[in-house]
Ligand binder design. Structure first.
Ligand code: SF4
Length: 699
């Protein structure tokens, strides 16, 4: 068979939230799966980063799980699907009978598709618990909370294409698209910058974003290299500068008075919060000069269209909701929302983290962000499903993990790896052993699957059909080639079988992903107008309320999706990180991801191309700190926090601010999450990955 004759399908890269289209070609044998570019893919037009290009390497990896496994006397043995299903269903029923439905936790995954997460959360609700969550809890739960509460939808207000065309100032705070969203950065943002847009980067770390825009080398751009956890004082200083300048020059357009008057509420509260605010003290707290903050404020306020990009440097704090609220405040007082090229735009980390939230794999919302404790919304979903849903929000995944062995006795994990992804990972590994029953469905024996009682072998991204939703709300179809291993099953097939065995076929028997999508659109208003046919190859941006809607490239043109229809401004005050440096732990440890790896590395560490680039973890140390500790570039160093230690290679570099060390969570042998703090944002329950007190020593 010539390569032209071989089957080729158009699908979506399984890694980051940009949602690049790629093609996958089926070779002559199952497992012979090749990457091919998709030249006119809607998001990336054929461009691809190193991760996307290497994505097929894991499909036929020798570590793939190929048979169901059951643990007996501490060892896994192969089992039939029948035996595995029976065991899973018996244990789920036993836990519900011995305790209560809330004794189970269900973890969905942004590595899996909309239909799969929809079905998992439906199983959890039918089981009688809202303890269902996904990894958005670890990345943007606070962003979703703030955006949903203050603007209406927990998603990017704008889209990458309209930002490229219309934006003339990018305010990038706590995000590093040059590393984590490479194609968005190189294709959309870089193009806008080449055409004259300005970049203000706010980050303790100089990184690929800094270098891609040559931020340090021009008068046009700025890098505000603040201390971790000082985003609120920084933004308050920016906002206060804008308000003061408006007092001095009311006609100059520092704020948008008409927009504030007609489209927002809470402006007086913001002004009151900042009345006694000391900008000089704030600048010192941030480790910046007041002049550079004031200059950045002027650039933002004077831009025609300014867009804020926000990432995990903002969201992963105990004050994550307040951090994002202050970005919303800045955008609303300057009228930078509801128009092309503006807005507050979270850059989502994983290929389907937006969709996993959209379809309701969260403890407080049903599909389409309908609140479980809103009677009318819940009843409208119950009418379609034909069963009652608990009316109180469930536990988030970190709260479930905190309850292992206490109120939570069992765990159902689809495609997640909490033993590595959660903060204070050493104690997660201890606590998980307190559970009575764990089932994991995955493609590899993850660090979490090692603790499971049953492991169900799933298929990879390249073998399945379904939909995913990218960072700018574009719902796109994924299409699969042949299964590599005969006795693996698609996640949807596994969930459907478990659901049917637990509750009967009425609600859980589905022939294919499209049938699930048809039900999803019935209960999810923002997806209601989409079908597999209308998604086609281009996909559609939500909201798409009725068939024929083309979706919105930007939101809130006329009104916000809040109860009052107004954008909500609310002043916020600085909350320092839970742990600040002291004598014992005098450094601030912060963490972030790399272009070459992906979250807990389950896939990327098994990719020869990616692993060759960066095979192990490292830490960035400022030269002044290196001198103080006697560290040379390339030395082996041990980092300790109150929760554990890791040993890694030191990179001595001015990329990081003095007093701060920076490392990554990707490598099992030395994961940053053995050190991170599991304190949570009170409302969004996101952990504070971005600031922990730490010490470092050679050796
Ligand atoms: Fe995949 Fe993201 Fe790279 Fe695009 S930018 S190829 S979606 S990892």
């Amino acid at each position: 068979m010539s390569s032209e004759e071989q089957d080729t399908v158009k699908t979506i890269c399984p890694y980051c939230g940009v949602g690049c289209g790629i093609q996958v070609q089926q070779g002559e044998e199952p497992g012979d799966v090749r990457f091919m570019p998709w030249g006119d893919a809607p998001v990336n037009e054929g461009r691809i980063c190193i991760k996307g290009g290497a994505a097929t390497e894991v499909v036929d990896h020798e570590d793939r799980l190929t048979e169901p496994l059951i643990k007996e006397d501490g060892e896994f043995r192969e089992a039939s699907w029948e035996e595995a299903y029976e065991y899973v269903v018996d244990e789920l029923e036993r836990i519900r009978d011995d305790y209560e439905p809330d004794a189970m936790g269900f973890f969905g995954s942004s590595k899996t598709m909309n239909e799969e997460n929809y079905l998992l959360q439906k199983i959890a609700r039918r089981y009688g618990t809202n303890n269902v969550d996904n990894c958005t809890r670890m990345c943007h739960a606070s962003t979703v909370w703030a955006l949903r509460t203050s603007l209406g939808a927990g998603a990017m207000t704008n889209s990458m294409a309209d930002l490229e065309e219309e934006c003339d100032l990018f305010w990038i705070q706590g995000a590093n698209p040059g590393e984590q969203h490479p194609i968005a950065n190189s294709q959309y943002f870089r193009q806008a910058v080449l055409e004259g847009a300005t970049v203000i980067q706010v980050d303790p770390h100089a990184n690929k974003t800094t270098r891609s825009f040559q931020i340090d080398d021009t008068d046009r751009h700025q890098h505000l290299q603040l201390k971790p956890g000082t985003d609120i004082p920084l933004l308050n200083a920016v906002i206060k500068t804008i308000l003061e300048k408006h007092e001095e020059e009311p006609e100059a357009g520092w704020i948008d008075e008409e927009f504030i008057e007609e489209r927002t509420e809470g402006f007086e509260h913001l002004k009151e919060t900042l009345e006694e605010f000391d900008k000089e003290a704030a600048a010192e707290e941030c480790g910046l000069s007041l002049e550079e903050i004031e200059l950045a404020a002027e650039k933002y306020a004077m831009a025609n269209n300014a867009a804020i990009f926000t990432g995990m440097g903002m969201s992963q704090h105990a004050c994550g909701v307040d951090n994002v609220q202050n970005e919303i405040n800045l955008a609303l007082i300057t009228g930078n929302v509801g128009r092309p090229g503006t807005g507050v735009n979270p850059l989502r980390g994983q290929n389907n983290v937006q969709g996993t939230c959209d379809v309701g794999a969260m403890p407080n919302v049903l599909p389409g962000y309908q609140l479980v404790d809103d009677d009318e919304a819940r009843e409208s979903v119950e009418d379609v499903w034909g069963f009652e849903v608990p009316d109180e929000p469930g536990l988030t995944n970190v709260e479930v993990s905190h309850e292992f062995g206490n109120s939570v006795k069992g765990l159902y994990v689809m495609g997640e790896n909490p033993v590595m992804s959660e903060p204070d990972a050493n104690s997660v590994a201890e606590r998980i052993q307190e559970l009575e029953f764990i089932v994991v469905q995955d493609i590899f024996m993850t660090e979490t699957a090692e603790y499971a009682d049953v492991v169900l072998p799933a298929t990879t991204w390249a073998e399945r059909d379904g939909t995913v939703t990218n960072t700018d709300r574009r719902v796109q179809r994924m299409r699969g080639v042949d299964k590599v291993h005969e006795n693996t099953k698609h996640d949807l097939e596994i969930l459907s079988e478990v659901g049917c065995r637990l509750f009967g076929p009425e609600n859980f028997e589905f022939d294919d992903p499209e049938e699930v999508f048809e039900e999803l659109r019935e209960v999810c208003p923002i997806y209601h107008g989409m079908t597999y046919d209308t998604l086609g190859e281009e996909g559609l941006h939500w909201p798409c309320y009725e068939p024929g809607d083309e979706g919105d490239s930007y939101l809130y043109a006329d009104e916000f999706d809040t109860e009052s229809g107004l954008g909500h401004i609310e002043g916020v005050s600085h909350t320092p990180p839970d742990e600040v440096p002291d004598e014992e732990y005098p450094l601030v440890l912060t963490t972030a991801r790399l272009e070459e790896h992906y979250n807990t590395g389950t896939m990327s560490r098994r990719s020869p191309t990616l692993n060759r680039q960066i095979p192990e973890n490292f830490v960035d140390v400022h030269p002044a700190d290196a001198e103080r500790y006697g560290i040379e570039d390339g030395d082996e160093v041990t980092i300790t926090s109150r929760r554990g230690e890791i040993t890694v290679e030191a990179q001595v570099t001015e990329d990081i601010k003095e007093g701060v060390i920076w490392t990554t969570p990707h490598f099992a042998a030395a994961s940053a999450n053995r050190l991170t703090n599991d304190v949570l944002d009170e409302r969004a329950k996101i952990p504070e990955y971005k600031a922990a007190a730490a010490e470092i020593e050679v050796g």
